[in-house]
Structures are given as C-alpha cells and as structure tokens.
Design a protein around this ligand. Structure first.
Ligand SMILES: Nc1nc2c(c(=O)[nH]1)N[C@H]1C(S)=C(S)[C@@H](COP(=O)(O)O)O[C@H]1N2
Ligand SMILES: [Mo]
Length: 382
C-alpha cells in the first residue's frame, strides 16, 4: 500500500509551511507527529522525548525519540519496496515486503537507545547532537527473522558480517549511512527485519516500511528504511563503521585524544537508570514522596536499583516491578518520607546481572557515547 494511504489524513509528509497554510494543525505543529517532543534538528529530523513522557513501559509512537543522520527518504512505497540481499551468498535475493510478511513472524519488545543519549552532560563537552535524557524508548517490533532471510539466501561459510544500508541518501559530503552486524548477532533469532512498531506499520520517520532491530545493541544498529543487506567476509570500510560509533578499549582521561587502533565498535548498551517521577525541579509537599523510573542494560537483565535521597551518602533498594523481559527496561519504585523543608537530590543507581553498576561519573570518551552515570533529580520539599 502506498504510504499516503497508510497515513490517511495526517500531514506527516506535508512540509511544515503547507500544513500551516491549510490550517490543518496548530502553528507549533512539528512534522512526523512529534509535537510533544523537543526538536534538536528539523532536517534531518532529531527529536528527544521529555522525561515526563517516558513514564510508560511501552513508549507510544508519538512520544518515541527520533534520530536520523540524513533526511527521511521521499516517496516511501511499501508495494514497490525491495530489500536486496547479496554479497557472499549462494542466491542473491530481492525481497518485497509481502514476501517478508509471508515468512514466520517474530515479535520482540526492545528498549532502543541512541549511543549519544546523555552526550550533553559530558565534561569537557563533546561535539555532536546534545542529547540529554530522552533519546530512549521501548517499542514492540514485529517482523521476519534476519536469520531466516540469510538462510534463504544461503550465506557462504566465509561470511562474517552483514553490512546494512538504508534508503536515506547523503547530504552534501556526508557519507551514506551504513552499519554492520557480526554474523552471530545477525543469526540470533531475536534479530529482526521489522515491519511493525507497536502493532502498526512502522511510521515513516521510524523507518517505513522495513528496519533492522538488533535487540540490546545501541540504536544505530537499528537501520531504518532498510534497503540492502550485503553479506561479507570483511568489515565495511564505511565511515559509520570504520570511524564512527567507536569507543576506547581502555578508560581514557577526559578530553584525551585516542588513537584509532585503541577504539573498538560499540555493541550492547550499558547499565543505566532514569527517574521519571518526580520530575527534576518539582516542588513537593512534606510527607510521602513516590519515586519511580526505568532501568535497562541492553542484552543484560537488571538485578537491582538503589535509591539515595541524601545526595549519595546512603542507598536503599528500590522495588523492581513486574517480570524482567529480555532487552527491555525494568520499572522500579521507591517511597520515602520527607520530614522537613529542604532541597533534596534523589539519585538512582542500577546493577545488571553481570554485577555492572552505574558509575558516579560517566566514562568520558571522544564521541560522547554511553553516558550512564547515576540519574538524579532535585526536588524542593516545602
Ligand atoms: N537509515 C538510517 N537508519 C538509522 C539512522 C539513520 O540516520 N539512517 N539512525 C540510527 C540511529 S543513530 C538511531 S539511535 C536509531 C533511532 O531510531 P528512531 O529514530 O526510530 O528512534 O535509528 C538508527 N537507524
Ligand atoms: Mo543513535
């Protein structure tokens, strides 16, 4: 079905100015239905979610952050879409979305987070989009297994990587967005070529009609507008694989220059927590104060979250709510009595099933990735 048909009457593909001219939306309307988000860039679209809107286990599409290096490709049409599968395979394929929908379907709920989430908090500052806390969200993804597609194409025994490319085209001198998944992660049954997000066709800005879902790994693996899979014995020499999305193999001093050979590709997300209640800067009456939020650790499970209400002097365990689902954030809750008027710093500190604990100060790195120090909100008790 053509994209316009799926969108119905929404103005998602209409430039901002004509949407205004038609009077269809309020003057502040953002494209892509992201009115409630904080815009960091219009073209390409980059939006972060205010913490107040991250208070549900599943993040609704209208609240889901957007990170794009390049503008959304024009004229996205499901009926004409083809996914090329080539390189080191017995049988190169050109798959339609209908063919992918006819394959066995899998559904995986995944907390997706941009590797640059929290970059704004590094000292010294790091260049790049200055994400604060909201380049993260959780959605239910449904699609075909990447492994089934690779089996159908017959990946050769020399295959070690799958290079992925989207249909978004470079701006100026910017290189095309290419990412690669090592073969073992590509063959994992939870790694998907998704065509649905939260039970609906994937919205245009989130990768319609197809995107990769590489559960637990930093967001840039989740290639949107997926157009090409190239199976290869060798790593991609694309800028986005060979240079970007790399992290020092050893701890480095803040502000240090790190040699290329000391940088390794990012893979899984690290242990992290986010307090969603109360909000930073809230004024609260004395008495019972409820604290809640989410903690996640990529492919790892969360085993505990501790809360401090005295700036880190003492810590108490929060209650973990519900079951841990692999690859998703875990809800935590905590309550305490505020007996006197004061300015109170509430901190959260998560631990994963490997015993990794959030650091008090995030590890600085040249691209400002994986910021994960204790979360903190300051509230005024009156
Ligand atoms: N084709 C394409 N896929 C992409 C990107 C992009 O710029 N182009 N951005 C990546 C990055 S850096 C992230 S964090 C996620 C963001 O997904 P979202 O916009 O659906 O939240 O998409 C990834 N997939
Ligand atoms: Mo990202």
């Amino acid at each position: 079905m053509a994209l316009a048909g799926r969108l119905g009457a929404t103005a998602a593909l209409v430039p901002l100015s004509s949407a205004r001219a038609r009077g269809a939306q309020a003057p502040t309307a953002e494209p892509w239905g992201k009115d409630k988000l904080t815009r960091l860039s219009l073209r390409p679209p980059d939006y972060e979610t205010p913490v107040a809107l991250l208070d549900s286990f599943i993040t609704p599409v209208e609240h889901f952050y957007v990170r794009s290096h390049l503008p959304v490709p024009p004229a996205l049409e499901e009926a004409r879409w083809r996914l090329a599968v080539d390189g080191d395979v017995e049988t190169p394929l050109s798959l339609s979305v209908a063919e992918l929908r006819a394959m066995p379907a899998a559904t995986v709920t995944v907390t997706l987070e941009c590797a640059g989430n929290g970059r704004a908090f590094f000292t010294p500052p790091v260049a790049g989009i200055q994400w604060k806390k909201g380049a993260v969200g959780t959605a239910r993804w449904r699609g075909a297994r990447l492994a089934d597609v690779l089996k159908r194409a017959g990946a050769k025994s020399t295959a070690r990587f799958v290079h992925m490319q989207g249909a978004d085209r470079p701006l100026g001198t910017m290189p095309a967005f290419v990412r690669q998944v090592p073969l073992d992660k590509a063959m994992h049954p939870d790694t998907l070529i998704a065509y649905e997000m939260n039970g609906q066709p994937i919205p245009p800005v989130h990768g319609f009609p197809l995107r990769a879902i590489v559960p637990g790994w930093e967001g840039a693996y989740a290639m949107k507008w997926l157009a090409s899979l190239r199976v290869s014995a060798t790593p991609s020499d694309s800028f986005w694989v060979a240079t970007a999305y790399r992290y020092p193999s050893r701890r480095v001093a803040p502000g240090a220059t790190v040699a290329a050979e000391d940088m390794a590709p990012l893979t899984g997300l690290v242990v992290k927590s986010l307090i969603t209640t109360p909000l930073d800067g809230a004024t609260l009456p004395r008495g019972a104060i409820a604290v809640a939020g989410f903690a996640w650790a990529g492919e790892r499970d969360i085993t505990r979250v501790d809360i401090s209400t005295d700036s880190g002097a003492t810590w108490q365990p929060a209650r973990l709510v519900g079951e841990q689902q692999r690859y998703t954030w875990r809800r935590f809750e905590y309550a305490f009595e505020a007996t006197r008027a004061e300015s109170c710093l509430i901190l959260s500190r998560a631990t994963d099933d490997r015993g990794n604990v959030q650091p008090a100060v995030a590890h600085w790195n040249p691209s400002g990735y994986l910021w994960n120090q204790y979360d903190g909100v300051r509230v005024e008790v009156r």
